[in-house]
Design a protein around this ligand. Sequence first.
Ligand SMILES: [Zn+2]
Length: 209
Amino acid sequence: MVGAFYQPRVVVCDLDTLSTLPPREFSAGLAEVIKYGPIADMAFLEWIEKNLAGLVARDPVLLAHAVRRSCEIKAAVVGVDERESGLRAILNFGHTFGHAIEAGLGYGKWLHGEAVACGMVMASHLSQRLRLVDAAFVERLTRIIRDAKLPVLAPALGAQRFLELMRLDKKAEAGEIRFIVIDRPGSASMRPAPDALVREVIEHCSATG
Ligand SMILES: [Zn+2]
């Protein structure tokens, strides 16, 4: 999360840090803010969409709201998780594909938020192929991510390598990759997906695919 960390019942958000970040790192931070829309709050996504130019220009009032709302949603998800286990996994939306990009390129080549941004595009395509969301939703999220100056096209690692990297990820259980998918706009869950569908998504979303 942008300039923020979570501890039980204490959320600290440092807005001064945000204003001094280099542009690439700032956009990478925005990725984890955008994430909260599709997984939990479409009204927030709509607000981000409407105010994206101002957010990218680091308008302090807009940033304060973006960070506050992100912290609120994160706290709510983690709070629910204390009673009903598993929900906090949705905070990893975009991270299964994203971690594969980071590991495949070598850590540090893409910033974490950049890999997550592209991973969210890929996970939304997977959600569409699972018939959970429509093409308009995928296009909308992709446009927001692109307008936040984040990558929407994956590096050409090859589908096979991508799948191998995702199987090695610590969240894969007995080689079964589990993805955070959008069940419907504003709601997410974790589930496995057929390799063939994942392969299609990787090929569709890769630079030379
Ligand atoms: Zn992350």
